[in-house]
Design a protein around this ligand. Structure first.
Ligand code: ADP
Ligand code: ZN
Length: 367
């Protein structure tokens, strides 16, 4: 089998490629610079942790004739706000950025979301290349064009749809990722199996040990299939308009509510919240008669075997009330119409939108 993979995201106005492999930055140097062929300036956005570990991998491939500036922010969700964007934007403008120039986003979801938003509003849109450094960013946030920063009123409320020119998923970055962050990324990978591809789910189930040992070959396979599945949803619904893309949010209504209860702190990583949230959404699917008990238990087991949390036991120190979890869900931005639009599954590999869920059933799915 091939070692590196290229997945084309064939969006009508903004087609781009996602390249996946190990140690590929140097190998794909030519493609990177052809993609931004008229650029003279490159602005690398990263955080202090990633700068120390990986910045050189990027700077060493940039030809000498480019003007290069690296902008480094502190790690963490707190930096994902409009102030950070404004500060960087001012530096870009001060350095006379032009529409042909490029932003390189080197980092996890926070860096990707900030850089994407920044690239979309600078001069009404400049070139953007993602170099995602977390598993979560490689399989999810760097693909699909959702950008955004947080507001006082909630997460990702300020943002745009803006597709990158290229995404380079190099698994070499993942070798330094803390184990907890890596495992959290697998929650989104498993999600793709549950919503779309039973065979992939079974394959993940049979390869847990290899994946958790960072077996490069298997990891690349897991990332590749995840990107292919995400692609299926975004090409059918680029701007989240017709309920197709919504299926990618399986488990996320519960997850966002839990993250809200923990104030988006490190107590609960997004992937961990997604793991618990999918277990709850699966329990709800079972309670409403859509999903068999056997499949519900299979779903819980795969998360458990990956070392992910599956229920509120994980959060027992902070004592969250079920009522609070349900109330947050009702105020979730996706439910402004008053109806609770829920994503449920009827089988492993098959999810659907359902809007007749009662508050009481939700409460009973929380454990
Ligand atoms: P995500 O949203 O993709 O989970 P974040 O942007 O929140 O990721 O980053 C999570 C944390 O992991 C941050 O502290 C970041 O500095 C750190 N990090 C990101 N990539 C790496 C890496 N490859 N190696 C080590 N730490 C990393
Ligand atoms: Zn998610």
């Amino acid at each position: 089998m091939k070692k590196n993979h290229s997945i084309k995201i064939p969006l009508r106005n903004n087609p781009y490629e996602v390249i996946i492999g190990k140690n590929i930055i140097n190998k794909y140097k030519k493609k990177i610079f052809v993609t931004i062929k008229n650029a003279k300036r490159i602005f690398i956005i990263t955080d202090t942790t990633i700068k120390k570990l990986h910045l050189k991998k990027i700077t060493q491939i940039i030809p000498k004739n480019f003007f290069v500036k690296t902008l480094v922010i502190n790690p963490g969700e707190k930096m994902k706000d409009i102030k950070t964007v404004n500060k960087i934007l001012t530096i870009l403008l001060k350095n006379k950025i032009s529409r042909n120039d490029a932003v390189f986003a080197l980092g996890g979801g926070v860096i990707g979301d900030v850089s994407g938003f920044l690239a979309s509003i600078t001069l009404r849109g400049i070139n953007l290349i993602h170099f995602p450094t977390t598993l979560l960013a490689q399989v999810d946030s760097s693909i699909g064009g959702k950008t955004g920063v947080n507001s006082l009123y909630g997460k990702n409320l300020i943002g745009t749809f803006y597709q990158p020119n290229l995404v380079i998923c190099d698994t070499i970055f993942l070798s330094t990722l803390p184990r907890r962050e890596l495992i959290a990324g697998y929650a989104e990978v498993i999600k793709y199996g549950i919503i779309y591809d039973k065979n992939f789910f079974n394959w993940l189930n049979n390869n847990i040990n290899k994946l958790l040992k960072n077996d490069s070959f298997q990891m690349i396979r897991a990332i590749k299939r995840s990107v292919e599945i995400k692609k299926e949803f975004i090409i059918k619904d680029e701007k989240d308009l017709n309920n197709k893309r919504a299926l990618l949010n399986f488990g996320h209504t519960f997850a966002h509510s839990l993250e809200n209860c923990t104030k988006y702190s490190k107590i609960l990583l997004h992937g961990e919240a997604v793991s618990i949230g999918i277990c709850m959404a699966s329990k709800l699917s079972n309670r409403l008669g859509f999903l068999s008990l056997n499949n519900y238990l299979k779903i819980k087991n795969i998360f458990y075997n990956f070392g992910l949390p599956i229920d509120l036991e994980f959060l027992k120190k902070i004592k969250i009330q079920k009522k609070q979890i349900v109330n947050n869900m009702i105020y979730d931005k996706k439910n402004l119409s008053g109806k609770l639009n829920f994503i449920l599954c009827k089988d492993i590999g098959s999810a659907f939108v359902y809007n007749k869920v009662k508050k009481e059933s939700i409460k009973k799915s929380i454990n």
